[in-house]
Every structure is written in structure tokens, then in C-alpha cells.
Write a protein that binds this ligand. Structure first.
Ligand code: F6P
Length: 493
């Protein structure tokens, strides 16, 4: 089993004098004002939840956009703060962006362009030349911060996601001795889709600055190789999954990401979680009712309207469950300045209102929609209370909520209804796998989830827990770092 300690030892031994610098747009800890106090919160992001334990295990620096309104008050003169607050073990370095930069790079190019382009969720991407200019400028800003931190000393730079497609090349040009890897946390679509991106050549050239480029699935690696093969002058070695461009080699590999399973399980068994479960019971009015849950950012890739319509359909066709089933949907507000997200927000409100109006009785309301941020304890408590959890993404690179559900279920009960269009579906084959576009299939899965015998639920949950326990976040990081320094991966550490 890979543990925090095993990863720590591996890094000590193999990375030796190299410092680790992680770059991600989203910071793992956000400081914000709450009245005249400053509070520190963790954002709703699978990526930060996954990476934070790795940095805690290995030390190093995380370079990110300082997005909290109290972030500037919490850093030193080098824009750094040690985190996590309760047990400082690594450095968070904040990069400041103007509103115009945040608009062009984050909202514009990254989230109105690349996000809908890479997810096949039928939301049309838009590409604005001014945003591409700003995206380039912000990548340069991050390059400057990384180079300052590396200070000409040996370093591994581990870049996260689609916000930084140009950064690898910028870093390599400035300092060829840096070892640079990137993990693309979202799908890489097929080359027909990628063709429409107006600055494809520049983006691919940027990404080929990496020594190692990782995706969740082999299928996404294959799509990337095909895209490069078609779009630019490069030698694509399909057999070894690597590309040579301008004499420089980039190795392309699948690394399915995960969570800190052991820490999650430990937390799930605490009294804090049990107290929170009691609070949820009261808030939901649970008593003898059955509970279904959905937890995610309010994002059109997550299939929230599809899931709510499936619940409506389920109630329509399964009269015996009326007044018995409550569905709690946590939808954390996200990217709210983008029109598609505003429309989704309205749509989710409208559908919820329609369903509740149609089915509610004096003492039952089928849907409880909570558009608010919840901490980890609150979410684990909800996972533990649920009869089933629905993850109905229309397309998702991995989806860590599914893995969190499984890890939360220390009672080995509960059922996961999981979209077959998530990366997670390849690992959690004991979930009830569904096509989220099919209302009927989703309603059937809800019924099955409520009627599976306890022994069957337990058998499935045990298998899924074993899969997540084995493929935990330390294994993911161990594989990435091993591939990076090109030594053999010790399978049985
Ligand atoms: O996993 C994809 C991702 O975009 C992460 O990079 C990000 O932190 C998460 O989803 C949440 O999105 P955002 O950071 O835009 O709130």
C-alpha cells in the first residue's frame, strides 16, 4: 500500500536536492474576511483536495492565484504563507492578478474556451483573441514566480491543468535544467474537436515543453498523441506514447488521480462527523425517510438538471416512494460571472421548484437544494447518511466525489450511482453505472439502489473501497514522480 510515509521516503531518496514546486491556478487555502476576523477555507476543488496531502507529505512550494479577499493580509513580503494553518508543512506562494487578467485568463480563455471544448457536454466554447493574449501574459507571470522560487537551483515543477498550457515551454526556454511535468485534470477530446481551437499550434508547442504530460486515462493520452500528429511537425511514437518536437522529448502517460483514502476513512469515523450527522438529520427532517445525495460545484458538466429530472421521473413511475425519499443536492456556486453558469443556476432553481411544487405534501418536500459551501466534515456526514449518492456527470476527467463517497462509507453500506462518462467509472465498476442522459436508466438505478439487499450493497461497497484504498493519492504521486525521474516504479512499496 502507498502511504504518506512511503511517498515521503521516495521523494527524499529520489528527488534528493531538487525542490518541488507545484503550480495550480486554484490555491489550496483561501483567506477571506468574515466580519472583522480572517477565516481560512478550503475551496470546492477535487484537484486541491488531491494535491494538498502530497505537498504535506513532501514539502515544497505551491504557486497559485491569490483569490481570497483576505489573501494579501495573510502573506509575508515574498507573498508567501505556510500552510495548512493548523500544521504548517509547505509554502503557498500567491500570484496576484488584476480583474482584467482574471477575466481574460480564468473566466475567458480557460473557462469559456478550454473547459467547454474539452468536456463533451454540448456547451459551445467561445474564443476571444484578447483573452488568448491575456492567457499568455498570465502564464508568463506564473513563469516569473516559478523561476524566482527555483532561483537557478535544481527543481521539479509540477504544473496542474488547462490554465497553464503555455507555461511549460516558457519555463524550459528560461531554464532548460528544470524538470517540468504537467497533469491535465480534465479530458482531452478527440482531434476533430480539438481542431476548432484557434491557437492550437501555439498551445501544443507550449505543452510539449513538458518532460512528462499526464492525463487520467489512456484514452485521453491517445487523443493527445493523435491531435499532435495531425496538427504540428513532430515525431509521434505511438508505441512508446511519446513525442519528439524540435529535438525535445515529451513522455505522455495515464495516471488516474485519487484521494487520501486513509485520512478520509479516519475522519469519517470521528465524533465530529457523527455530531454533524445528527445536525443533518434535523435539518433535512430525515426521521424514517430515505436519503439520496448529490454534491458538486454548480457546473454544467455535472449533469445536475438531468439528475433532478430523473428524480421527477422516478417519483412519477414509483408511487410507493412518494413522501418517502428526500434528495439533498449541494451545488457550490462556481464561475458565477460566466453566462452559461448563470443560466444553469436559474435552470436548477426552476426545475427544483417545479418538482417540489408538483410532489410536495404538508410534511414532505422531495428536493432540498443547497447552493452553499460546506466543509469536509459536513460533506462526509452527508455521505454517511445517504442511501445512495448520484454522480451523473455528462463528462468528467475523473470525479473524486465518487471516491469520497466510497471512502466515507466505513459502515460498508450505501450505493453509488455513477455516470459511465466519468474516469472513475473505469475503476469503480461495482457502482451502478448509468448513462446520465437516460432518464429511464437513472430512475431504474435509483430504484435498484433502494432495493438492493444489504448483503449485495456491502459486497459492492467493499470492492469499491478496496479499489480506492489501493489506488490512493500517494500511489498516483509516486507514479508521477517515478515516471519523472525515470526510475523503475516499485509496485509493492
Ligand atoms: O479539476 C478541474 C478543475 O478545473 C480544477 O483545476 C479546479 O480547481 C476545479 O476544477 C474547480 O474549478 P475552479 O478552480 O475553477 O473553481
Amino acid at each position: 500500500m502507498w502511504t504518506k510515509k512511503a511517498l515521503h521516503n521516495l521523494i527524499e531518496e529520489k528527488l534528493q536536492n531538487h525542490q518541488l514546486i507545484v503550480v495550480a491556478n486554484r490555491e489550496p487555502y483561501i483567506h477571506r474576511f468574515a466580519g472583522d476576523q480572517v477565516e481560512c477555507i478550503k475551496p470546492a476543488s477535487g484537484m486541491t483536495t488531491a494535491l494538498d496531502p502530497i505537498l504535506q507529505a513532501c514539502g515544497g512550494t505551491w504557486v497559485a492565484h491569490g483569490s481570497g479577499n483576505a489573501d494579501r493580509h495573510s502573506v509575508d513580503t515574498k507573498n508567501q504563507v505556510r500552510v495548512p494553518p493548523e500544521n504548517p508543512s509547505y509554502t503557498l506562494r500567491r500570484v496576484w492578478l488584476t480583474k482584467k487578467q482574471e477575466q481574460g485568463y480564468y473566466y475567458g480563455l480557460a473557462n469559456e474556451g478550454l473547459w467547454p471544448l474539452c468536456h463533451v457536454a454540448f456547451t459551445r466554447p467561445t474564443f476571444n483573441p484578447a483573452d488568448w493574449e491575456i492567457y499568455r501574459e498570465v502564464n508568463q507571470l506564473f513563469a516569473k514566480a516559478v523561476l524566482e522560487d527555483a532561483n537557478d537551483k535544481p527543481a521539479f515543477v509540477f504544473i496542474q491543468d488547462y490554465h497553464f498550457a503555455l507555461l511549460p515551454r516558457m519555463l524550459k526556454m528560461a531554464n532548460p535544467n528544470l524538470i517540468v511535468a504537467q497533469f491535465w485534470h480534465i479530458p482531452w477530446p478527440n482531434r476533430e474537436i480539438m481542431r476548432v481551437f484557434p491557437w492550437g499550434e501555439e498551445m501544443l508547442d507550449g505543452l510539449l515543453g513538458n518532460d512528462l504530460l499526464g492525463f487520467h486515462l489512456r484514452h485521453h493520452c491517445q487523443n493527445f498523441l493523435d491531435t499532435v500528429d495531425r496538427a504540428i511537425e513532430a515525431k509521434v511514437d505511438q508505441e512508446n506514447s511519446q513525442i519528439t518536437c524540435g529535438g525535445k522529448l515529451t513522455v505522455v502517460r495515464p495516471f488516474p488521480i485519487s484521494i487520501d483514502y486513509d485520512a478520509h476513512v479516519e475522519l469519517a469515523q470521528t465524533a465530529k462527523v457523527e455530531n454533524e450527522m445528527a445536525r443533518w438529520r434535523l435539518r433535512i427532517g430525515l426521521k424514517d425517510k430515505l436519503l439520496g445525495i448529490g454534491i458538486e460545484r454548480l457546473d454544467y458538466t455535472k449533469g445536475i438538471p438531468e439528475r433532478l429530472r430523473a428524480i421527477d421521473y422516478f417519483l412519477e413511475h414509483n408511487a410507493e416512494y412518494r413522501e418517502r425519499l428526500v434528495f439533498v443536492q449541494i451545488a457550490v456556486p462556481s464561475r458565477a460571472h460566466i453566462p452559461q453558469y448563470q443560466r444553469l443556476d436559474e435552470e436548477v432553481d426552476r426545475i427544483t421548484e417545479q418538482i417540489n411544487w408538483k410532489w410536495s405534501t404538508d410534511d414532505w418536500r422531495p428536493i432540498l437544494l443547497l447552493k452553499e459551501h460546506h466543509n469536509q466534515i459536513e460533506m462526509i456526514a452527508l455521505h454517511r447518511l445517504a442511501n445512495f449518492c448520484i454522480v451523473s456527470s455528462l463528462h468528467d476527467g475523473m470525479n473524486l466525489v465518487a471516491k469520497e463517497h466510497v471512502a466515507s462509507r466505513c459502515d460498508e453500506d450505501g450505493v453509488l450511482i455513477l455516470s459511465q462518462f466519468t474516469g472513475t467509472a473505469r475503476e469503480l465498476t461495482d457502482a451502478l453505472l448509468v448513462n446520465p442522459y437516460s432518464m429511464e436508466a437513472m430512475a431504474d438505478a435509483i430504484r435498484l439502489a433502494l432495493e438492493l439487499p444489504e448483503s449485495e450493497r456491502c459486497k459492492r461497497m467493499q470492492k469499491m473501497r478496496a479499489a480506492v484504498a489501493n489506488n490512493n493519492i500517494y500511489r498516483w504521486a509516486g507514479k508521477v514522480f517515478s515516471a519523472l525521474v525515470r526510475f523503475d516504479f516499485p509496485e509493492d512499496v
